[in-house]
Ligand binder design. Structure first.
Ligand code: ATP
Ligand code: MG
Length: 189
């Protein structure tokens, strides 16, 4: 048992399990899912990894911050969504674009060319029934062994949680937005 009042006396269990790659999920309703994924992508780049980010939802003008720096440091960056659904006047088109984004992600996973693939906001098209969760699971399960994957988005489906190695739920304690504070450049995008 750990408490917070005394320093640790036991050595933490040593990691002696070697996995060629990991699957991570950042979910929950608090802020930090995507930014944690991009932070990890930065680490990956620092280790010389080839990284691709595929954003399933954010519209182009929102992602300028992370996309700009991401590209500068050699991350391949795809924004295949056409914005949030409530911005969309053509639901069928959104659905088709989300499917296309997934097909392209699938090809990238299978290619084995990447050390890290970030599927940002991928839980939404899955939860809306636009992208088949079974297909995502099977593609992740059968991926080339060195391909690490990070998935982000609220309400990660149980099927994905099951196959992931590390799952973090961001819990909202407070969010400025609840007071009507708009998304802020430099903080939110
Ligand atoms: P971030 O990209 O800042 O890490 P996130 O990926 O955890 O956030 P998303 O649900 O993807 O969260 O949020 C998209 C946008 O909404 C971001 O600008 C984010 O800062 C903001 N946001 C995140 N959580 C909340 C929340 N609980 N209420 C309102 N806005 C939020
Ligand atoms: Mg996000």
């Amino acid at each position: 048992m750990t408490d917070h009042e005394t320093p640790p006396t036991e050595t933490p269990s040593t990691g002696n399990v070697r996995e060629p790659s990991l699957v991570l999920i950042n979910t929950g309703d608090g802020k930090g899912k995507s930014t944690a994924a991009f932070g990890t992508a930065m680490r990956a780049v620092a280790r010389g990894w080839k990284v691709v980010v595929i954003q399933f939802l954010k519209s182009g003008d929102w992602s300028v911050g992370e996309e700009k720096i991401g590209r500068q440091i050699g991350i391949e960056w795809w924004v295949l969504g056409d914005g949030f659904t409530w911005d969309s006047d053509d639901m069928d088109e959104s659905q088709a674009i989300a499917r296309e984004a997934w097909q392209s992600a699938k090809v990238k996973i299978e290619s084995g060319r990447y050390d890290l693939i970030v599927l940002d906001e991928v839980t939404y098209p899955i939860n809306w029934g636009w992208v088949d969760v079974a297909e995502v699971v099977s593609s992740i399960r059968s991926r080339p062994e060195k391909v690490n994957i990070i998935l982000t988005g609220r309400d990660a489906p149980e099927e994905l949680v099951e196959i992931a190695d590390t799952v973090t739920e961001m819990t909202k304690i407070k969010h400025a937005f609840d007071r009507g504070v708009m998304a802020r450049r430099g903080i939110d995008y």
